[in-house]
Every structure is written in structure tokens, then in C-alpha cells.
Design a protein around this ligand. Structure first.
Ligand SMILES: *Cc1c(COP(=O)(O)O)cnc(C)c1O
Length: 337
């Protein structure tokens, strides 16, 4: 099977497992796990922030980041296909009373003018007050698109002096960095909190890190425990993250090249529309639905993800080669004909 459903399906490499087995550990609820502490400091440093918090999932990191800025009944603005509103099962509303309003962009991009129109900080006793804006970079359901740096800068300018905070869902910020050459710190410093995943393209088995100001992260640490997410000798997991930061960031360029190979082999997708490690295929012209195509592809040894009625998402990662991508592309091209 060639598994292109997601970059979360990777298995830890032998070298990563060796690093995990040698990790120095302690009790992280007492903040005494040296490997967790090293990971948190390292990620915070790379992103230009004061402190970091290692969490079991990216959803938890997003929840804790957004909660830092949005009080119950206030609103978070984000794009309509953002992970925070589509794929976290309403957690921000369920646990923290966060309401949301969205703008829509066909490529999932930040629309600064739309944000300008929606923004209503301190809206008074009648309207919902905007407390924060979340941006996803790269954008998952739009197919791994990269947010233009100039727009991120314009957003920072827009909220300056309004009290509105910015959260970056940077689950795949590593991919944006490798695709554009823009420094991670340049991205990181434009936001009040940033979440990044270690278990996507970086290939660690578990984990995300939230970074932000020291007091916000101290409070997020309490809320993590309150939500049942405190852990003990988590250094065995943090060691995988540290290993991934050393060995699996620059190689994301291979995943991006493989995604273009895949797109070229499918024919109906323009390889120039591929920003990073994802390829979105519109299956409507074939007369099949996305789930139907996914089922037929599975029978031919290729696993893909149906992300809507007519869109299939293919994701490249550490465990698929250029050759796998060529083969998978040929299978899909044949099925789509
Ligand atoms: C994967 C992902 C997350 C976090 O997902 P978890 O499965 O909770 O780790 C958050 N945001 C985006 C954009 C993602 O792709």
C-alpha cells in the first residue's frame, strides 16, 4: 500500500527510536523532565518566543493558545476551512466558550480586507467582541497552501493597538519555512502564540508545541493539566521531537518535490498549484465522488483522503518515495480517465 492519506501516518525511524530509548527523563508535571524542557526551550527559541509547552496533540496546543486570548462569549476570527473550526470537533466552544466567525478564501489564504471588515474589538453590550484572529500556515484543507508573508505583516499592523491577539496554527509551519526560505522566527514573531506539530511532516510519533509569552504559557500549563493532558516521563516522546528538529526539517523539500511529481503524474493537476507536500484533486470531471475514488484507489494499492464530496487530498511524507509517488500518480490518472 502507498499511503498518501496524511503525513501523520509515518512511523518513527530506527534512529529516532534509538534517540527515544536513550532519553533522559523526569516528571514533567513537576517540570522536571530535562528532555521535555529542552524541547520546549528549543521550539520557543526557534520561533522567537519566551516559553513553550509540549502537548499530546496539535488540537490541544491550539485550544490552549486560543484560550489564552479569547474569553467565554468572545470571538475568534479564522478562515472557513481552518482546522480550528473544522477538525477540532468544536472543542474551543465546548470547553472554553469561544465563538467564531469566518472569512472564506478558495486557497485558504488570509484575507486582510475581510478581517478588517469583521474586526470588532470591545464591541460593547450588544455585539460579540473580537478577541483574536487565527491563521493556518500551511493551510491543510486548502491543500498545503503557504500564507504570503506580506499579508501576515499587514494583519499584524491591522491589529496593532486594538488589543486583538494573533494565534498561528503552524502545524505545518516547517513546510512553509522550507518552501519559502522565510525564517521560522520571522513567522513566529508576528503572532502572540504559535502551535507547531512534530507528528506531521517531521515524523515524530506524538506531539505538538505551543509557544508564547512566559505568563500565557504558565497558564496554558495549568489548563493542560486541568484538561487531563499533564504527563510524566514524556521525555521519551520529546526526544523524538528533538531528533526530528535535527534531522527531518530540511528534508521536507523532498516531500515537496514528491508532491509535484505526483501532481505531474496525475495530469489533471497543475504541479505549479502545489505549494508544499499536498495535492488536491477535483474528481468531479470523472463522474465519481471523492469517497468512490478513494475506494477504487484502495483496491489498487493507493490510500488517499476524501476531504469533501469532490476533493481528494494526497499528502507526501517521510515514508513515501519519489517512485511511490510516480506509481500512485499513474494509478490515480488511470482511475480518473
Ligand atoms: C493536524 C493539524 C492540527 C492538529 O491535529 P492533531 O491531530 O490534534 O495533532 C492542527 N492544525 C492543523 C492545520 C493540522 O493539520
Amino acid at each position: 500500500m502507498i499511503d498518501l492519506r496524511s503525513d501523520t501516518v509515518t512511523r518513527p525511524t530506527p534512529a529516532m527510536l534509538a534517540a527515544m530509548s536513550m532519553a533522559d527523563t523526569g516528571d514533567d508535571v513537576y517540570a522536571e523532565d530535562p528532555t521535555v524542557n529542552a524541547l520546549e526551550d528549543r521550539v520557543a527559541g526557534v520561533l522567537g518566543h519566551e516559553a513553550g509547552l509540549f502537548t499530546v496533540t496539535g488540537s490541544l496546543a491550539n485550544m490552549l493558545g486560543v484560550r489564552s486570548w479569547v474569553r467565554p462569549g468572545e470571538e475568534l476570527l479564522c478562515e472557513a476551512q481552518a482546522h480550528v473550526v473544522r477538525a477540532e470537533l468544536g472543542a474551543h466552544g465546548v470547553w472554553h466558550g469561544v465563538t467564531t466567525r469566518t472569512w472564506s478564501h478558495p486557497r485558504g489564504l488570509l484575507d486582510v480586507e475581510a478581517v478588517r471588515r469583521m474586526l470588532s474589538p470591545q464591541a460593547g453590550p450588544y455585539l460579540v467582541s473580537t478577541a483574536a484572529v487565527s491563521v493556518e500556515n500551511t493551510h491543510n484543507f486548502a491543500g498545503g497552501t503557504v500564507q504570503p508573508l506580506n499579508d501576515l505583516r499587514a494583519l499584524r499592523q491591522l491589529v496593532q493597538d486594538t488589543g486583538v491577539r494573533l494565534h498561528l496554527d503552524g502545524a505545518r509551519l516547517w513546510n512553509a519555512h522550507v518552501a519559502t526560505g522565510v525564517d521560522l522566527r520571522t513567522y513566529g514573531e508576528l503572532f502572540d502564540t504559535v502551535s507547531v506539530c512534530l507528528s506531521k511532516g517531521l515524523g515524530a510519533p506524538v506531539g505538538s508545541v505551543l509557544v508564547g509569552p512566559r505568563d500565557a504559557i504558565a497558564s496554558a500549563r495549568q489548563w493542560r493539566k486541568r484538561m487531563g493532558g499533564g504527563w510524566r516521563q514524556a521525555g521519551v516522546l520529546a526526544a523524538a521531537g528533538l531528533y526530528a528538529l535535527d534531522h527531518h526539517v530540511e528534508r521536507l523539500a523532498e516531500d515537496h518535490a514528491n508532491a509535484r511529481i505526483l501532481a505531474a503524474a496525475i495530469h489533471s493537476v497543475d504541479p505549479h498549484a502545489v505549494d508544499t507536500n499536498m495535492v488536491l484533486v477535483d474528481v468531479a470531471p470523472s463522474g465519481m465522488s471523492a469517497p468512490e475514488l478513494a475506494e477504487r484507489a484502495r483496491a489498487d494499492g493507493v490510500l488517499v483522503s476524501a476531504v469533501s464530496r469532490h476533493l481528494v487530498r494526497l499528502t507526501t511524507h517521510l515514508d513515501v518515495t519519489a517512485d511511490d509517488c510516480r506509481k500512485a500518480g499513474e494509478v490515480l490518472a488511470r482511475l480518473l480517465r
